[in-house]
Design a protein around this ligand. Structure first.
Ligand code: TXA
Ligand code: MG
Length: 333
């Protein structure tokens, strides 16, 4: 591994980008001080320049330099949840370019928990900007082989850190100073939940409140569709049987999208060729399995995937999973 990490560092130092394992999903990473690497991230991923990137650090000291307001709240949350799947959106400092933040005055920062990611960042001694290592709009990668497959035409160097433990992208938390208290908004749900955050602040003597309303400008990455597999996913929230699902898909076939934001979704030709996505009833395991199973079923030749929402799929951790499932779905019934 140490030779491959040397190679990764030399690519990053010369303005290249790499596939980087983190505990959430694999990232497509470039050093933040080299504009050509940031541009390469956007163009390789086909990502629109209005969607900002998360910057990854290996220490709290590194994080402090990226923001003009490292507040007691940011510090408390970083100490509690880093390294780990929580991204803090804070006012940016001048170390962070406008290309990284898509012109916003804020920057998303997180310290990943994967030892390989931490090793690369600390040895490079420069933070890494990294979105999930998938083409824009598509399913996020949780194994090195997913990244290799996705960027096979781009000659991308990928560090293999094994399967991702969390499997779902980090919770994205916007922090702002209000008049007499901090205001926090969850811009993207993840496995660190609102309750986890509230609980961690119980004895901290920090005044805060959660606010829901978030303008589009504050959360530009919020698309209706995302994480889409290459065949249609049907989210069955109404307890339909497999036959009923087939009938519904047949009736709605003409209106199913065959392309969303440039992502091709194959139209089924044989509706008998459908497969259920089965996930563990434990949401921590379900999150870990979700993306790999979606890819596996789509690659198995199934023409429609369906997922049955069950009565025990409740609680904040399942909410994050359903956030992804509903954005990945072509049809919700
Ligand atoms: O777990 C993760 O967060 C993974 C790993 C690689 O760290 N990264 C990831 O990046 O999921 P990406 O680019 O696929 O998603 C980042 C999300 C987007 O929805 C983006 O709009 C939002 O974070 N974001 C980043 N910076 C922001 C900012 N300054 N203000 C609001 N939203 C921001
Ligand atoms: Mg992504």
């Amino acid at each position: 591994m140490s030779e491959t990490i040397d190679r990764a560092i030399s690519i990053l130092n010369s303005g290249g980008i790499i596939g980087l394992p983190t505990e959430t999903v694999y990232g497509l990473a470039g050093a933040i001080h080299l504009p050509q690497s940031i541009e390469k991230i956007f163009t390789t991923k086909n990502r629109p320049f209005f969607d900002p990137l998360i910057v990854h650090v290996s220490s709290i000291d590194m994080a402090r330099k990226l923001t003009s307001d490292w507040s007691p709240l940011a510090h408390a949350l970083a100490e509690k949840f880093w390294p780990g799947p929580l991204t803090l959106v804070l006012p940016k400092s001048n170390q962070v370019s406008d290309m990284i933040t898509a012109g916003l005055q804020s920057v998303g920062i997180r310290m990943p928990q994967h030892p390989v990611a931490l090793d690369v960042i600390s040895r490079l001694a420069v933070p890494l900007a990294a979105p999930s290592a998938n083409k824009f709009g598509k399913t996020s990668p949780t194994m090195a082989s997913h990244v290799n497959e996705e960027f096979k035409d781009d000659n991308l160097f990928v560090l293999d850190g094994g399967p991702c433990e969390v499997g779902l992208e980090s919770t994205v938390l916007l922090i702002k100073r209000g008049l007499d208290r901090f205001e926090m908004s969850i811009l993207r749900a993840g496995q660190i939940t609102k309750s986890d955050i509230e609980k961690s602040l119980e004895d901290k003597n920090i005044q805060f409140q959660f606010v829901d309303a978030v303008s589009k400008a504050e959360s530009p990455g919020h698309m209706k569709h995302h994480y889409m597999p290459k065949v249609p996913l049907v989210l069955n929230e109404s307890g339909q049987t497999e036959n009923e699902i087939k009938e519904k898909v047949k009736a709605r076939l003409p209106e199913l999208p065959d392309q969303v934001d440039g992502v091709k979704i194959l139209k089924p030709t044989n509706l008998d060729n459908l497969k259920e996505l089965v996930l563990s009833s434990d949401p921590t395991i379900a999150a870990r399995e979700l993306y790999a199973k979606l890819r596996e079923i789509a690659d198995s030749g199934a023409e429609v995937i369906y997922f049955n929402k069950k009565s025990n799929h409740t609680g904040e951790k399942w909410e994050a999973i359903f956030d992804r499932l509903s954005k990945a779905a072509s049809l919700i019934i």
